[in-house]
Design a protein around this ligand. Structure first.
Ligand code: COA
Length: 399
């Protein structure tokens, strides 16, 4: 069964603790820590964008792979950097992927990563000898002082999709729901998303209900067969709200144990919202943080994209999955981040790239293997760090 062969994520080196934001806004930190379930949010410095984060996530995911087998790179984002050119082409170039690898970008708010995954599954089902790289990368950005501000974050996830996956088989049954609503959107002329937060929560739950019913009609696993659940998480408390709704729908009267969700929420609690990447960081956290053996466990997954589309599907964890994840690397990456003061956070937030095409060079901050160096004649200029040379050698040495 086609599915997820490798899964890796990257977050910027900086974060804001929710206590700092709470204190600045005169709010009880319990509202953020408990009420919305967030401890911190990842903040990208001026020289990171969806491309640099994506390339870093993919670098990890592709280590030891034969890149010649990767025939497509599908990029999902709602923080796009260009109306025409797919951000994935910059990633393709930074990673030195073969010119025979086709690259394109998909969009439908936070669930475009799931559309990208499904496109990849179809491709490898037709051509089982090929692999597809799916990348979801986003910077969640709301206005300073708005209700959405504590639900920001930044990060990218990279998934290698194959016909014989090492991590998770993705089953063919799925359920969907689409409705034209304005719960969250970002017009081309704005850098920050507009959101009707309470309405978006109601739409998320409505989409979950309908997508679940459609999933059941499509022959999807009944609730009692699913032992774990992953959700799109604009903030981790949303997963609890969603799971409560799903249990009601399924008339589940078993006692709820927090452990069913908890290990899958650990990374997102420390990262914040990553839009398209969020559901798959949840899956990554579950596979890497859960101490119990998940082999053959069926995992229900709900993907929600405002506007809106919801999709319910499920996967089954492969035997030996624990030998193929990057748990230690991901934990170290989160532990090694630099905490920002409130003033540093606002200075990162306020940084703007020129829009007149003038030459502009960006100061160097702490980044992974790639950084955005500046702008020249309306073109983004990316750089590889010294550490990157060794990583790329490893990548191509394996081919
Ligand atoms: N201690 C513990 N919990 C507290 C608290 C405290 N001191 N103060 C408030 N809370 C709880 C509230 O009871 C509420 O819990 P509930 O949702 O279970 O009822 C929660 O914290 C949030 O409080 P609320 O007043 O509803 O927050 P808000 O008006 O600031 O808005 C969002 C919260 C999530 C709607 C807002 O951050 C937002 O718009 N985010 C962006 C959009 C989004 O993420 N949409 C989700 C679907 S994609």
């Amino acid at each position: 069964m086609p599915g997820i062969d490798r899964l890796s994520f990257y977050v910027p080196k900086y974060y804001l603790d929710m206590k700092t934001l709470a204190s600045e806004r005169g709010i009880d930190p319990g509202k953020f820590y408990i009420g919305i379930g967030q401890e911190a949010m990842s903040i990208s410095p001026p020289d990171e964008d969806v491309v640099t984060m994506a390339a870093n996530a993919a670098l990890q995911c592709l280590e030891g792979e034969d890149n010649q087998t990767i025939r497509s790179l599908i990029f999902a984002t709602e923080s796009g950097i260009d109306q025409s050119k797919a951000a994935g082409i910059y990633v393709h170039s930074l990673l030195g992927l073969p010119s025979t690898c086709q690259v394109f970008e998909v969009k439908q708010a936070c669930c475009s990563s799931t559309m990208a995954l499904y496109a990849a599954l179809d491709r490898v089902a037709r051509r089982p000898e090929q692999k597809v790289l799916v990348i979801a990368s986003d910077i969640a950005r709301y206005g300073i002082g708005t209700a959405g501000e504590p639900t920001q974050g930044a990060g990218a996830v990279a998934m290698l999709v194959s016909a014989k996956p090492r991590l998770v088989d993705i089953m063919p049954q799925s359920g969907s729901f689409t409705e034209d609503v304005m719960d969250f959107w970002r017009p081309n002329y704005l850098d920050e998303a507009l959101v009707d937060g309470k309405f978006s929560i109601r739409m998320y739950l409505k989409a979950l209900t309908h997508a679940w019913n459609d999933f059941q009609n499509d022959g999807g696993a009944p609730f009692a067969e699913l032992s774990r659940f992953c959700y799109h998480q604009p903030f981790t408390k949303m997963a609890h709200k969603a799971h409560r709704a799903l249990r009601n729908l399924a008339n589940d009267d078993q006692e709820f144990h927090n452990s069913i969700l908890e290990t899958g929420l650990r990374y997102n609690r420390r990262i914040g919202n990553t839009y398209t990447a969020s559901l798959y960081i949840n899956l990554c956290s579950l596979l890497e943080q859960e101490k119990d053996d998940l082999t053959h466990d069926k995992v229900g997954m709900f993907s929600y994209g405002s506007g809106c589309v919801g999709t319910y599907f499920h996967g089954a964890v492969r035997p030996g999955y624990h030998k193929h994840h990057f748990g230690d690397i991901h934990e170290a990456m989160l532990d090694d981040r630099i905490e920002l003061t409130y003033d540093e956070y606002t200075s990162f937030y306020e940084h703007q790239l020129p829009i007149d095409g003038s030459a502009y060079s960006i100061d160097a901050y702490e980044t992974g293997a790639f950084r955005l160096a500046g702008i020249q004649e309306h073109q983004r200029c990316y750089e590889r760090s010294a550490a990157c040379a060794a990583a790329l050698k490893k990548l191509h040495g394996a081919a």
